[in-house]
Design a protein around this ligand. Structure first.
Ligand SMILES: NC(=O)C1=CN([C@@H]2O[C@H](COP(=O)(O)OP(=O)(O)OC[C@H]3O[C@@H](n4cnc5c(N)ncnc54)[C@H](OP(=O)(O)O)[C@@H]3O)[C@@H](O)[C@H]2O)C=CC1
Ligand SMILES: O=C(O)C1=N[C@H](C(=O)O)C[C@H](O)C1
Length: 272
């Protein structure tokens, strides 16, 4: 019996924090093969072997040319910036390449562009690829429904000093789940930080607080604060390995799948 052919995966943002973690995970997975490594044209990493930083040879060079860089790939895993992801999206849509999108910080219009492309190719997009956060989303739905009166909801997140978007995509996803469970619209009830004489807290709001510093991988707490008690639901990522492994699960999920926009709830079979 011959073994199944490995899933051919390309990584965008190959020299970034997540890009490197993903390359390490792909080359270590027996059922996957590194088929391409992309980075921005200004990247000093262009031309280097994608695994040089691991002291290994992969025969895959980091490049910025999408046609050459994606020619051998079935799935592109993209953790870059919104403008980079959208450029990759257009190419993948044209060439029938599935995408795992981990980038955060998209505008509503950019999200709509991704939704439109999902009519032609399979796309798995999630602000957080960890199993833990995706289980927490279910717990938040349950908690918000049960604590639907008399509890103030605040979402606190902390990340490393290099992060460029705030609040984190995960914090916003948590806010969306809680708002939906309470029948509220997050865009009209979210409060992003407070300063000065703010007045008393409006109970219909969902507050967000952002902390940035050092090398914090990613901490998220949703606080339900009542009179006489408070409940805190917290997730702490201690390594980016959890995001990389979730992304590989997503890439395997996409292989041979029909076009559509999927999320980690689909990949993990958590959708109610
Ligand atoms: N969904 C999830 O589970 C997770 C999501 N993320 C998200 O992933 C994204 C990347 O995070 P991280 O790896 O820490 O970031 P980094 O800045 O370390 O890496 C980003 C990579 O993308 C490259 N890049 C930047 N701009 C573009 C562009 N316009 N086109 C193509 N490539 C580009 C960078 O190149 P250069 O450095 O040369 O600019 C770099 O190689 C963020 O949006 C973050 O929030 C992060 C972790 C988990
Ligand atoms: O930028 C990061 O590092 C992370 N970004 C994601 C987000 O914005 O939610 C996920 C994770 O928390 C790490």
């Amino acid at each position: 019996m011959s073994a199944a052919a490995p899933l051919r995966i390309a990584i965008a943002g190959a020299s970034g924090r997540m890009g490197r973690m993903l390359i390490e995970a792909v080359v270590a997975a027996p059922d996957c093969a590194l088929a391409g490594a992309l980075d921005i044209p200004s990247s000093p990493a262009l031309g280097a072997d994608a695994t040089a930083w691991l002291g290994r040879e992969s025969q895959v060079r980091i490049q910025s040319d999408l046609t050459a860089g994606l020619a051998q790939s079935q799935v592109l895993i993209d953790f870059t910036r919104p403008e980079g992801t959208l450029a990759h999206l257009a190419h993948c849509r044209q060439h029938g390449i599935g995408m795992v999108i981990g980038t955060t910080g998209f505008s509503a219009a950019q999200k709509a562009e991704i939704g439109a492309a999902a009519k032609d190719i399979p796309i798995m997009m999630a602000a957080n690829m960890s199993v833990g956060v995706n289980v927490v989303l279910g717990l938040l739905d349950q908690a918000a429904r049960a604590l639907n009166e008399g509890y103030d909801i605040e979402i606190i997140e902390a990340h490393h000093r290099f992060k460029v978007d705030a609040p984190s995509g995960t914090a916003l996803a948590m806010g969306e789940v809680v708002a939906a469970a309470l029948g509220r619209d997050l865009s009209s009830c979210a409060v992003y930080g407070r300063e000065g004489v703010t007045g008393e807290r409006d109970p219909s709001t969902i507050g967000f607080a952002t902390v940035r510093g050092g090398d914090v991988v990613g901490d998220h707490t949703v606080l339900f604060a009542g009179i006489g008690e408070r409940i805190e639901i917290t997730h702490k990522a201690s390594s980016r390995v959890t995001f990389a492994q979730g992304s590989l699960r997503a890439a395997r999920f996409l292989a041979g799948r029909a076009p559509g926009l999927y999320d980690m709830q689909d990949v993990l079979g958590l959708r109610a």
